[in-house]
Ligand binder design. Sequence first.
Ligand SMILES: Nc1ncnc2c1ncn2[C@@H]1O[C@H](COP(=O)(O)OP(=O)(O)OP(=O)(O)O)[C@@H](O)[C@H]1O
Length: 264
Amino acid sequence: MTQVMSALAEIDARAVSAWFGERKVLDRVSLLMPAGTVTALIGPSGCGKSTFLRTLNRMHELIPGASLAGEVRLSGADIYEPGRKLTDARRQIGMVFQKPNPFPAMSIYDNVVAGLRLTGTRVSKSAKDDLVESCLAKAGLWAEVRDRLRQPGGALSGGQQQRLCIARSLAVRPKVLLMDEPCSALDPTSTRRIEQTIAELAHEITIVIVTHNMQQAARVSQQCAFFLAEHGTPGVIVEAGPTETIFGSPSDERTSDYVHGRFG
Ligand SMILES: Nc1ncnc2c1ncn2[C@@H]1O[C@H](COP(=O)(O)OP(=O)(O)OP(=O)(O)O)[C@@H](O)[C@H]1O
């Protein structure tokens, strides 16, 4: 079976600020997301978690009027360095969104390999077959779809579609996988299945997940960062650290209030 992942990589955000037009929504946010771990970004609505996530693979700059400052280092190299191609960052740092977004009319097989064409990767037919099997297996979907790879992606359940999107992300061999509330459109059973997939993938890939679900953050992550944007000020990280510390004995009272459901 084809090896899907490349070497483990850390991602290090340094003093990242972000704006939409004149409005600053993140202020000098620094966070090291260690290789091969799951980092959960938590905090109330509007504090900048998704914006921060989008700065990690250069998606923020696609929004008209959006700008940013700071550095994002992938294994030491700044993805924003002049001369570095946008597509390199996208290939190395994949993303899974809130709402599963497979190509609905395209087959399951073609959905998995869809990213190869976009990144200009040429692969033989047999290598492609191996890649499809290996990515679907890693996304926890192979057993359910192995006999119907030619059926459309849109015919799968919501949870299966989300796992198909994870498989599609894995096919271009990313070093980091960003997940923006990947379970918020799913039922509890599908949610647990995705969480299981995250746990299995975390041995081979660095994962950053935005979640509003505190139990989920506690279940899937080894590190948590608590974001807050108080009184209309730009979002900052109040506190980041090992998940058991953030939930068990945080140093800031606002973190404790948030993780225990007292606000947000
Ligand atoms: N495309 C956009 N144009 C202008 N402002 C935006 C845009 N996207 C987000 N914002 C603003 O930036 C701030 C941060 O939003 P962001 O979506 O990053 O927060 P969040 O913590 O992910 O929120 P949620 O948990 O509700 O998804 C918010 O005030 C939001 O209104």
